[in-house]
Design a protein around this ligand. Structure first.
Ligand SMILES: NC(=O)c1ccc[n+]([C@@H]2O[C@H](COP(=O)([O-])OP(=O)(O)OC[C@H]3O[C@@H](n4cnc5c(N)ncnc54)[C@H](OP(=O)(O)O)[C@@H]3O)[C@@H](O)[C@H]2O)c1
Length: 254
């Protein structure tokens, strides 16, 4: 049987790792999963966390904001796989601050990590997506793309991701490649801790405080990965160019 090949960026922790869990739970025998991320330590931890499935996930080490690193990894991947069926652009980070606090370097880093990377990865892998019978892309954005927040570089990059999603859906429809976006609200992945905005202890009170703005509570990674998974399935075959807010009602609670 023709195995579905899933490529996810940032599959080692949080929403990415949870999405790999979801695919393995649903389709274990019939898929191959490839993940691209930077930290060796996180890759080793993710391998341990996925051991229960008894199936190898193909982890590659590269920085998605560096196009030469992605090109190198693509060459390696194309020796093992002839196509990609699903691309999930998920890797991202957050750097806090607005006009007054954000340095030029941090602005550039935020835009390249959260926006340019989506363009690079898609451009470099699109020919492999064209080889799939039912190709699709899911871009992980954020509700920050729609709400002006305190992390300006991040919000601007995610607003760009939403437009990348729409432009790609339009352009790639001729290859029947569906392209959709997911815009989560605050999700318990440790994102703010992973990006050194706070420590574990502060994170607990941050979640506590912010939950007041979330009518049905803060999300778990698996809430988001359910939606990501759905968008890649046959059931979503008529959905393209759409973006889905998933935020426990945060955006309507203003
Ligand atoms: N958690 C939230 O509240 C929330 C809300 C809205 C949207 N999101 C979005 O959801 C996505 C996943 O975030 P998460 O919450 O799951 O955070 P996370 O647990 O910190 O996961 C981020 C993943 O991306 C990888 N990564 C980051 N920068 C990378 C780079 N330059 N190159 C390659 N890999 C990179 C990380 O691994 P390495 O560090 O090893 O590279 C890690 O695997 C992000 O796009 C984020 O903006 C999160």
């Amino acid at each position: 049987m023709d195995k579905k090949v899933i490529l996810i960026t940032g599959g080692t922790t949080g929403i990415g790792l949870s999405t790999i869990h979801k695919f393995l739970n649903e389709l274990n025998e019939n898929i191959e999963i490839i993940s691209i991320s930077r930290s060796k330590r996180k890759i080793e931890n993710a391998k341990l966390a996925l051991k229960q499935f008894g199936k190898q996930v193909h982890f590659f080490q590269a920085d998605v904001s560096d196009k030469s690193e992605i090109e190198k990894v693509q060459k390696e991947i194309s020796t093992k796989f002839s196509k990609i069926d699903v691309l999930i652009n998920n890797a991202g980070n957050i750097i806090p601050g607005g006009l007054e606090d954000l340095s030029f370097e941090n602005w550039n880093s935020c835009i390249s990590n959260n926006l340019s990377s989506f363009f690079y990865v898609t451009k470099i892998f699109v020919d492999m997506l064209k080889c799939s019978k039912y190709p699709s892309i899911v871009n992980i954005s954020s509700i920050s793309s729609k709400l002006a927040g305190a992390s300006m570089g991040y919000s601007v990059a995610k607003a760009g991701v939403d437009m990348v999603t729409m432009c790609l859906a339009r352009e790639l429809s001729k290859y029947k490649i569906r392209v959709n976006g997911v815009n989560p609200g605050i999700t318990k992945s440790g994102f703010q801790v992973n990006n050194n905005l706070m420590d574990e202890f502060q994170y607990e009170s941050f979640l506590d405080n912010i939950s007041k703005d979330y009518p049905i509570g803060i999300g778990e990674c698996k809430d988001v990965s359910e939606l990501i998974f759905f968008l890649t399935t046959e059931k979503a075959k008529w959905i393209t160019g759409s973006m889905y807010i998933i935020d426990g009602g945060r955006s309507v609670n203003i």
